[in-house]
Design a protein around this ligand. Structure first.
Ligand code: CAA
Length: 260
């Protein structure tokens, strides 16, 4: 368990959990949260081979994150905002190769919804609420919301959410495909750990290849994506784990992946 001031991070049995720890501000994402969360993810990704999957969640029972920190941004001049590159650190999360699961335990608004969408799988508690309320503050989403929400739920619904700022509940988020599934609030972290542990059983390099291919589907054309997938598919044959996985199937036994 490693202590930061705005997040908590712990690793247990192949699964790392990062908790945004500003419950008094509904886990609003200020610069310090961004720096700590991003550096924890990068450290876990590059220097912690035993952590195979990362869960991101929020402290307390009200919020995953109620957005970027409005108080930090409210009085910035345009020049200060532009020069400070205040939100740019979030882009670095895209370089994390291990899967990241967002366990959304309450409000995921503005930057909070955008952080959840930066993750690879969103599990929602039945108390979760999602929204992009920036329009009510006189701004637009600035951590990827206009792009990722549109890809997640389609143009019309994304437009409606972004242009009205209205929140949606967990069941609706599941219905429109924003989240993978909804679980009772009390079971959220147990379900997230169960899901993470399942993924952690498999070959780490193969899991990372699969994640990269799915992300390519969001960014590139079908033709480019299919070519990318085919190359990554055959590159699995360079791994011991491909021999082990297919060999175990043929020999009717459980595979023992070495993550190599
Ligand atoms: N930034 C800074 N502080 C925040 C915050 C935020 N995004 N959200 C909540 N807080 C603070 C509140 O100011 C309050 O602090 P004080 O006790 O010091 O007054 C504390 O957290 C508790 O919040 P509330 O009293 O408002 O709690 P509530 O239960 O009455 O309401 C809420 C909950 C509906 C989520 C409400 O807090 C809210 O609307 N928050 C703002 C949501 C929002 O607009 N998010 C978008 C931010 S902009 C953004 O994210 C830009 C981007 O795309 C990058």
């Amino acid at each position: 368990r490693v202590g930061f001031s705005s997040i908590e991070a712990e690793v247990e049995g192949g699964v790392a959990t990062i908790t945004v720890a500003r419950p008094e501000a509904l886990n609003a994402l200020n610069k310090q949260v961004m720096q700590e969360l991003v550096s924890a993810c990068l450290f876990l990704d590059r220097n912690h081979p035993s952590a195979k999957v990362i869960i991101v969640t929020g402290s307390g029972d009200k919020a995953f994150a109620a957005g970027a920190d409005i108080k930090e941004m409210a009085t910035l001049s345009y020049a200060d905002a532009y020069n400070s590159s205040l939100l740019n650190g979030w882009e670095t999360l895209r370089t994390v190769r291990k899967p990241i699961i967002a366990a959304v335990n309450g409000y995921a608004l503005g930057g909070g919804c955008e952080l959840a969408m930066m993750c690879d799988i969103i599990l929602a508690s039945d108390k979760a609420q999602f929204g992009q309320p920036e329009i009510t503050l006189g701004v637009i989403p600035g951590m990827g919301g206009t792009q990722r929400l549109t890809r997640a739920v389609g143009k019309s619904r994304a437009m409606e959410m972004i242009l009205t700022g209205q929140r949606i509940g967990a069941a609706e988020a599941e219905r429109i495909g924003l989240v993978s599934r909804v679980v009772p609030a009390a079971e959220l972290m147990a379900e997230a750990r169960k899901l993470a542990s399942k993924i952690a059983e498999f070959s780490t390099p193969v899991v990372e290849k699969a994640k990269e291919c799915v992300l390519v589907a969001q960014e590139q054309s079908l033709g480019e994506g299919l070519r990318f997938e085919k190359r990554e598919f055959w590159s699995c044959w360079a791994l011991d784990d491909q021999k082990e996985g297919m060999g175990a199937f043929v020999q009717k036994r459980k595979p023992a992946f070495t993550h190599k």
